[in-house]
Design a protein around this ligand. Structure first.
Ligand code: SF4
Ligand code: SF4
Length: 138
Protein backbone atom coordinates (compact mmCIF):
# COMPACT_ATOMS: atom_id res chain seq x y z
CA UNK A 1 0.00 0.00 0.00
CA UNK A 2 1.28 3.44 -0.86
CA UNK A 3 0.39 6.68 0.89
CA UNK A 4 -2.75 8.15 -0.74
CA UNK A 5 -1.11 11.46 -1.63
CA UNK A 6 -3.59 13.75 -3.39
CA UNK A 7 -0.73 15.64 -5.08
CA UNK A 8 -1.79 18.98 -3.66
CA UNK A 9 1.87 20.05 -3.81
CA UNK A 10 1.80 21.91 -0.48
CA UNK A 11 4.69 19.99 1.13
CA UNK A 12 6.83 20.73 -1.94
CA UNK A 13 5.90 24.43 -1.83
CA UNK A 14 7.35 24.71 1.69
CA UNK A 15 10.27 22.32 1.44
CA UNK A 16 12.61 25.00 2.83
CA UNK A 17 11.02 24.55 6.26
CA UNK A 18 11.84 20.85 6.30
CA UNK A 19 15.37 21.33 5.00
CA UNK A 20 16.27 24.17 7.37
CA UNK A 21 18.84 22.74 9.86
CA UNK A 22 17.67 25.30 12.43
CA UNK A 23 14.05 24.21 12.25
CA UNK A 24 12.31 22.26 14.98
CA UNK A 25 11.46 19.58 12.40
CA UNK A 26 15.12 19.06 11.55
CA UNK A 27 16.41 19.22 15.11
CA UNK A 28 13.82 16.79 16.39
CA UNK A 29 14.35 14.28 13.56
CA UNK A 30 16.30 11.06 14.07
CA UNK A 31 19.75 10.85 12.47
CA UNK A 32 18.56 8.72 9.57
CA UNK A 33 16.12 11.46 8.55
CA UNK A 34 18.67 14.24 9.11
CA UNK A 35 21.06 12.40 6.78
CA UNK A 36 18.41 12.24 4.07
CA UNK A 37 17.59 15.93 4.52
CA UNK A 38 21.29 16.86 4.34
CA UNK A 39 21.56 14.99 1.05
CA UNK A 40 18.49 16.51 -0.59
CA UNK A 41 19.69 16.89 -4.19
CA UNK A 42 17.62 19.73 -5.62
CA UNK A 43 17.77 23.52 -5.50
CA UNK A 44 15.24 25.43 -3.44
CA UNK A 45 13.53 28.42 -5.03
CA UNK A 46 13.47 31.81 -3.31
CA UNK A 47 9.84 31.28 -2.27
CA UNK A 48 10.83 28.10 -0.40
CA UNK A 49 9.46 25.68 -2.99
CA UNK A 50 11.39 22.82 -4.54
CA UNK A 51 12.81 23.45 -8.01
CA UNK A 52 11.37 20.09 -9.13
CA UNK A 53 7.79 21.27 -8.57
CA UNK A 54 6.06 22.11 -11.86
CA UNK A 55 3.48 24.84 -12.43
CA UNK A 56 0.64 22.34 -11.92
CA UNK A 57 1.87 21.42 -8.43
CA UNK A 58 3.29 18.08 -9.57
CA UNK A 59 6.76 16.68 -8.98
CA UNK A 60 8.83 16.49 -12.16
CA UNK A 61 10.84 13.57 -10.79
CA UNK A 62 8.08 11.76 -8.91
CA UNK A 63 9.09 8.23 -9.93
CA UNK A 64 12.66 8.81 -8.77
CA UNK A 65 11.98 11.34 -5.98
CA UNK A 66 14.34 11.37 -2.99
CA UNK A 67 13.53 8.99 -0.14
CA UNK A 68 12.76 11.93 2.14
CA UNK A 69 9.86 12.78 -0.21
CA UNK A 70 8.44 9.25 -0.12
CA UNK A 71 6.01 8.93 2.80
CA UNK A 72 5.83 5.13 2.66
CA UNK A 73 9.59 4.65 2.68
CA UNK A 74 9.96 7.18 5.51
CA UNK A 75 7.69 5.09 7.71
CA UNK A 76 9.56 1.91 6.86
CA UNK A 77 12.89 3.55 7.65
CA UNK A 78 11.61 4.61 11.05
CA UNK A 79 10.06 1.17 11.70
CA UNK A 80 6.67 2.77 12.22
CA UNK A 81 3.37 0.93 12.17
CA UNK A 82 2.15 1.73 8.68
CA UNK A 83 -1.41 2.67 9.61
CA UNK A 84 -0.33 4.94 12.49
CA UNK A 85 2.37 6.51 10.34
CA UNK A 86 -0.01 7.19 7.45
CA UNK A 87 -2.59 8.70 9.81
CA UNK A 88 0.08 10.93 11.31
CA UNK A 89 1.32 12.05 7.90
CA UNK A 90 -2.27 12.58 6.67
CA UNK A 91 -2.88 14.91 9.64
CA UNK A 92 0.20 16.90 8.61
CA UNK A 93 -0.94 17.05 4.97
CA UNK A 94 -4.46 18.10 5.91
CA UNK A 95 -3.16 20.91 8.11
CA UNK A 96 -1.05 22.21 5.21
CA UNK A 97 -4.02 21.90 2.85
CA UNK A 98 -6.39 23.70 5.24
CA UNK A 99 -3.88 26.44 6.09
CA UNK A 100 -3.34 27.09 2.37
CA UNK A 101 -7.12 27.23 1.77
CA UNK A 102 -6.97 24.57 -0.94
CA UNK A 103 -10.01 22.78 -2.30
CA UNK A 104 -11.15 20.11 0.22
CA UNK A 105 -10.87 17.55 -2.57
CA UNK A 106 -7.15 17.48 -1.73
CA UNK A 107 -7.71 16.35 1.85
CA UNK A 108 -6.08 12.97 2.54
CA UNK A 109 -8.08 10.14 4.03
CA UNK A 110 -6.64 6.81 5.10
CA UNK A 111 -8.47 3.60 4.27
CA UNK A 112 -8.19 1.68 7.55
CA UNK A 113 -9.00 -1.60 5.81
CA UNK A 114 -6.07 -1.61 3.43
CA UNK A 115 -3.30 -2.46 5.93
CA UNK A 116 -5.44 -5.37 7.19
CA UNK A 117 -5.75 -6.74 3.67
CA UNK A 118 -2.02 -6.25 3.18
CA UNK A 119 -1.25 -8.14 6.35
CA UNK A 120 -3.57 -10.99 5.38
CA UNK A 121 -1.83 -11.30 2.05
CA UNK A 122 1.51 -11.33 3.83
CA UNK A 123 0.37 -14.05 6.25
CA UNK A 124 -1.07 -16.08 3.40
CA UNK A 125 2.25 -15.77 1.64
CA UNK A 126 4.10 -16.92 4.77
CA UNK A 127 1.91 -19.99 5.24
CA UNK A 128 2.00 -21.01 1.57
CA UNK A 129 4.24 -23.79 0.26
CA UNK A 130 7.91 -22.84 0.12
CA UNK A 131 9.72 -23.03 -3.16
CA UNK A 132 12.64 -25.41 -3.28
CA UNK A 133 15.93 -23.68 -3.88
CA UNK A 134 18.30 -25.13 -6.40
CA UNK A 135 21.86 -25.43 -5.28
CA UNK A 136 24.56 -24.22 -7.59
CA UNK A 137 26.78 -26.92 -9.07
CA UNK A 138 24.31 -29.70 -8.33
S1 SF4 B 1 1.06 17.67 1.40
FE1 SF4 B 1 0.53 15.48 1.48
S2 SF4 B 1 -1.11 15.24 -0.05
FE2 SF4 B 1 -0.06 17.17 -0.50
S3 SF4 B 1 1.53 16.63 -2.00
FE3 SF4 B 1 2.47 16.54 0.05
S4 SF4 B 1 2.29 14.36 0.63
FE4 SF4 B 1 0.83 14.72 -1.03
S1 SF4 C 1 11.66 16.28 -5.33
FE1 SF4 C 1 9.51 16.26 -5.93
S2 SF4 C 1 8.44 15.36 -4.17
FE2 SF4 C 1 10.45 16.05 -3.44
S3 SF4 C 1 10.14 18.13 -2.66
FE3 SF4 C 1 10.78 18.29 -4.81
S4 SF4 C 1 8.87 18.41 -5.98
FE4 SF4 C 1 8.38 17.61 -3.96
Amino acid sequence: MDFPCTQCGECCRHVDKVLDPNSFTYKSSPTVIKDLIDRFPYQINKDGSCSMLDSNGKCKVYDSRPIICNVRLGGLLLHQNQLDWFKNRADGCNKLISDAGLDPKYLVSIDEQIPEKTSQTYEEGRSGPRKKRRRKNS
